[in-house]
Design a protein around this ligand. Structure first.
Ligand SMILES: Nc1ncnc2c1ncn2[C@@H]1O[C@H](COP(=O)(O)OP(=O)(O)O)[C@@H](O)[C@H]1O
Ligand SMILES: Cc1ncc(COP(=O)(O)O)c(N)n1
Length: 265
């Protein structure tokens, strides 16, 4: 069987744990052929972000149009976009239905606290991009920002915000990694139903790129699974194992990357 082709539109990470690096490794590990379009070049390592250079929006458009004129893309994952002009370019390309499946990780702030999306671009992300994707995967701070509400830290609060977010995008995976508890609980609203996905919380400081890895895994697996619930369930299982194996790597001195082991599913 031919592998599905997955595309990531995202920023870079020289230390290999987040952004396009995480996405391409995840695609490969899960049997998809990976392609990439860069939105911003980020100077970052496992300890934090030193700064980033946004590529000109027209150049992002050129990369996308050039790729899509030649290569069939089955699944698209969108990560860091950086500013409103880049969001608008991606929205315009999405209106041409470049891929059957589209997942958006609404990257706003890196784990280290550095902003990766201009604050004034949150409204463009919410109003212009969310309606055009199949699934959006906010963490708890991103959900609060998208809704203009306070950040929640328990499941009741997550359920309420999930319901509100479901009015903004066709599908929502609200990730509970930032909450406490023995289990890391995510809530999925898709096709009119809600699903609760749990995994034992792994005790590790090596959590750099968990959100990037999860959304890339969903994109890689969706063409290989019958529906979104199956793709998200298996993507979370892949991420959980990548987190459990993260301490084997010993990359850098801060929050190291998760281990993109080859699952060969
Ligand atoms: N320590 C952990 N143990 C197990 N799963 C985790 C842990 N931290 C995060 N996750 C899971 O990783 C995924 C990304 O979560 P989260 O940290 O909320 O997003 P982000 O990386 O975008 O901030 C979610 O599926 C979440 O449940
Ligand atoms: C290019 C890029 N995209 C996304 C993240 C978020 O990942 P994290 O929240 O783990 O820092 C990042 N640090 N860099």
């Amino acid at each position: 069987m031919k592998p599905p082709v997955a595309l990531t539109i995202a920023g870079t990470d020289p230390s290999g744990g987040a952004g396009t690096s995480a996405d391409l490794k995840t695609f490969g590990a899960l049997g998809a052929f990976g392609t990439s379009v860069i939105t911003a070049v980020v100077a970052q390592n496992t300890q934090g972000v030193a700064g980033f250079e946004q590529l000109a929006p027209d150049f992002v458009r050129l990369q996308l149009e050039n790729l899509l004129a030649d290569v069939r893309v089955d699944a698209l994952k969108i990560g860091m976009l950086g500013d409103a002009a880049t969001i608008r370019v991606v929205a315009e390309v999405l209106r041409g239905r470049p891929a059957r499946y589209v997942v958006l990780d609404p990257v706003m702030v890196a784990k280290s606290g550095h902003r990766l999306l201009a604050p004034e671009a949150v409204a463009a992300l919410r109003d212009e991009l969310l309606p055009l994707v199949d699934l959006v995967t906010p963490n708890l701070p991103e959900a609060a920002d998208l809704l203009g509400q306070k950040e929640v830290d328990d499941e009741a609060g997550m359920a309420a915000q999930l319901a509100s977010l479901a009015h903004l995008a066709p599908g929502v995976l609200l990730k509970g990694g930032h909450a406490d508890g023995e289990e890391s609980v995510d809530l999925l609203a898709i096709d009119g139903a809600t699903h609760r996905l749990t995994a034992p919380r792994v005790t590790t400081k090596n959590t750099h790129g968990t959100g990037c890895t999860l959304s890339a895994a969903i994109a890689a697996l969706r063409p290989q699974r019958a529906d979104w619930v199956a793709a998200v369930t298996d993507a979370k299982a892949y991420l959980s194992e990548a987190l459990r194996r993260a301490d084997e790597l010993e990359i850098g001195h801060g929050h190291g990357p998760v281990h993109h082991y080859h699952a060969w599913w």
